[in-house]
Design a protein around this ligand. Structure first.
Ligand code: CA
Length: 366
């Protein structure tokens, strides 16, 4: 009896034969992967740490458990800012943070997180996925054996909490402010004293007058920190962090050891997380701002236009100084500037013009 006849008689059709032949080797080749992710965030931090845990859950669901990632908050496995080194060396497979934390390793990393007076969340996403932003990010991380993926944005941050009014650029002289990154360099250029403090020490320092001002994130996270109890004025906009992007990054060898389908799922899960993170900030910042204004009677003040103009000039100087430090920083800065001028032109006649038509409907006083 021929094999085909035997199968027919045994009740197995041609489709079943084909399916068996195609699927059997794939099933045999399947391997499960167990990874660790370390983050720079405190445990249970809404949106940020929460987003990492959500990513791990989604990857587990989408891969039917073939790739499982155990997430550790900052300090649980390695120090909060130890992720870059650990993943670079391959002792940990992946991490999450914001790329400006790694400015000491390579100044170019700062452009992928936040540039003062740079692009907002929409512009950054366009640069990463519609321009050469992600390609340049990959090039920047390659010498460290890392593969980066955008992890979502906080949106425009707030300018910060101040106990002194900022009426002119001279009011920054002698101002003691907690403000990291390129924004901190701008404040220092304006004559301020930049103080670096871990998250847990900011409130007490502000309350005791050790610092005169601090920035953090936006209303959702700032409300939780209770800054309204320690500072009089809440300034906007966050010129120093106009669309801060978070990141996921993977050890190159670990990422490349995954079968292609798992690599694609991981990439897709990162993009899903990107959308989820920004939506959480947008959904919660507005209601938190209303709580700060109506319940806690916070005085929300816009930086005077002249102050913003003066800060912008200083920010350009800081940006060019940083860009001059390495060839890749120069290359990234040129791409960023060019892209910003393109999306900015469109933004002027779309977002800006539109917002101006509805602005009066959103009062800043309760
Ligand atoms: Ca911030």
């Amino acid at each position: 009896m021929k094999r085909r006849d035997f199968l027919k008689k045994a009740g197995l059709g041609a489709a079943a034969v084909a399916a068996t032949a195609v699927n059997a080797p794939a099933v045999l080749a399947q391997k499960n992967y167990r990874w660790k992710m370390v983050t720079t965030w405190p445990p249970k931090l809404p949106v940020l740490q929460e987003g990492c845990e959500r990513l791990a859950q989604r990857v587990k669901e989408m891969t039917d458990g073939r790739l499982q990632i155990q997430v550790f908050a900052g300090g649980e496995l390695v120090p909060p800012l130890g992720g870059f080194e650990a993943v670079s060396q391959g002792t940990i497979e992946c991490a999450s943070g914001a790329s400006y934390y790694w400015a000491g390793k390579e100044p170019a990393t700062q452009w992928f997180a936040a540039v003062p007076f740079g692009m907002n969340a929409q512009g950054m996403a366009a640069w990463f996925h519609g321009g050469d932003g992600l390609k340049l990010w990959e090039e920047t991380y390659a010498p460290f054996n890392l593969i980066p993926r955008p992890g979502g944005s906080t949106g425009v941050q707030m300018g910060g909490w101040f106990n002194k009014k900022i009426n002119s650029i001279d009011d920054y002289k002698g101002l003691k402010m907690r403000i990291p990154g390129l924004g901190g360099k701008v404040v220092a250029k304006a004559g301020g004293t930049v103080v670096l403090l871990p998250g847990g020490e900011i409130f007490t320092s502000l309350e005791r007058g050790v610092i005169d001002a601090t920035e953090w994130v936006g209303p959702y996270h700032d409300l939780r920190m209770g800054f309204y109890q320690a500072a009089k004025y809440y300034y906007y906009p966050g010129w120093h962090e106009p669309g801060t992007y978070l990141e996921y990054f993977f050890n190159k060898k670990a990422y490349e050891s995954l079968p292609k389908d798992l690599q694609h799922i991981l990439d897709a899960a990162c993009m899903e997380s990107e959308a989820w993170v920004l939506s959480q900030f947008d959904a919660n910042n507005g209601s938190s701002l209303q709580t700060l204004i109506n319940k806690h009677k916070v005085e929300v003040i816009k930086f005077p236009d002249q102050v913003l103009n003066d800060l912008r000039k200083l920010a350009e100087e800081v940006r060019e100084e940083e860009a001059a430090k390495t060839p890749i920083a120069k290359k990234v800065n040129e791409s960023f500037k060019k892209f910003q001028s393109v999306v900015g032109t469109w933004g002027t006649v779309s977002e800006l013009a539109y917002y101006n038509t509805i602005q009066p409907k959103y009062p800043l006083k309760g």
